[in-house]
Design a protein around this ligand. Sequence first.
Ligand code: BJ8
Length: 425
Amino acid sequence: MSESYRGMWSALGLDLTAHDALLSVLGKAYQDIFLAQKSRPEAMGYFDFVMSEVHGLRIKELLDEKAAGRKIIGSYCVFVPEEIALAANATLVGLCSGADFATEEVEKLLPRNTCALIKSSFGFKLGKVCPYLESADLIVGENTCDGKKKAYETLGTLVDKLHVMDLPQVKTAQGRDLLKSEYIRFKTAVEELTGVAVTAQSLKQAIETVNAKRRAILRLFALRKADPAPISGLDALLANQVFFYDNPARFTESVNKICDELEQRIEARQGAFPQGAPRVLISGCPQAVPNWKLPFIVETSGAVIVGEESCVGERGTRNLTDEGGETVEEMLEAIVDRYFKVDCAIFTPNPERLAHIKEMAAAYRADGVIHYGLQFCQPYLMESMPVEKALEESGIPCLRIETDYSMEDAGQLKTRIEAFIETLK
Ligand code: BJ8
C-alpha cells in the first residue's frame, strides 16, 4: 500500500509499526489464500483492488466524506440499520473483528474465555491498527449475546462515543416494540450527530440504496446454485465481507458485474471447482475480515462452499425492506419488519434459523453442512446441537466445528474436514 497514506494513518493515531505488521500479514494471507485460487472470475479483480486499498483509498474516501460534513458510524452487528444512518447523512461501516491482535492487552480487560470476535474488536482498538474504528464519529454496540453486551460496558471507556442499542431476545409483539423504539432512539442519536434530520425523501432513497446492494449480493448467491459452482466460497465470502465497508452504490455495481460474468460462466459450464465436487453449506457465527480460515481449509480439501447461513452471508442480507412506504413513520415500520426477521441465535426460541438452514441446504444443493461455532460463543454452540440433530434426521450430514482465530488447530481441523468431505462423495 502506498507510502502516501502514512501521514493519514499517523493523523488517525494508528501505531504505524503494529499497523505495518498487520498489513504485511494480511497481504501475504491474501496472496496465499485468494490469489492462489485457480479459475477465478475476472471481475474479482475489483475485490483484489479493494483489499489492496482496504486501509488506504477507502479510508481516504471516508475522510473526504467527513471533510465534506458527513459522519462515519462504526457497527459490529447486522441489526444496526444502515438505512437510518444513510438517511441522516452518515456512512455506516462494519468494524471487522476477524483476527487476533494485542491479545495480551485484551486479556487484561476481558476474560480469556471470551469469543475471538469480541476479543478481536478490543484488540484492534487497543493495538491502534484499525483506521475504520479511528475514523468513526460514533460506534454502535448492541445488546445481543452476553459477551458483547458486557464487553461494550468496557468498550465505552476506550472509544469517544458509544451508542448502545438494546435488542429484543424474543420474537413477540413486545420484542418488536422494543426494536422499534430502539431504532427511533438510534435515529435521534444519528440526527444529533450529523445535525441532519431524516426526511421521507432521504429515507426512501436510503432504503432503495441498501436494497439494491442486497439485491446484488442475493443475485450472486443464487448463481452459486449451479453445478459446477461458478465462484468459490472464498471469493463469495470476500464479497460478503466487503459488503460492510464499501461505498454502497459502487459495491452494487461491482457485484452486478461479477454476476454478469458468472452467468456467462454458468452458460459455458465453467466452474471454480469441477462439476460434481462435494458442495458444502457453512452455517453459524459470522466470519469477519480477515477470518478466512474455515473456507480456506474446506476449499483446499476438495469441496466447494455454496452458501453461508451467517450474518456475513445470507442471514444478514436476505429480506428486503418494503419500498412502498411514503412517510417516515411507514418506512420505519418497514425497516423494523425487515430487521425483526434476522434469525440470530440470541433469540429464544429460534425455529426460523433451523428452517432457513434446511431451506438453504436444499436450494444450494448442498451435500452437507459445516456448523461453524466460535469457541465460547454460547448462542451458536448451543444451537449447533439441535441443528445437527435436525439436519441428520433430514438426511443431511452435518459436521460441528468449534474453533477460534488461531491457526493452532488448523491441522486437526483439516483432518476432520477431509474425512467429512470423503463421506459426502
Ligand atoms: S445478528 S450473529 S452480527 S449478534 S460469535 S459476539 S454471538 S459470542 S456475532 Fe452477531 Fe449481530 Fe447476532 Fe449477527 Fe457473541 Fe457468539 Fe461472539 Fe457473536
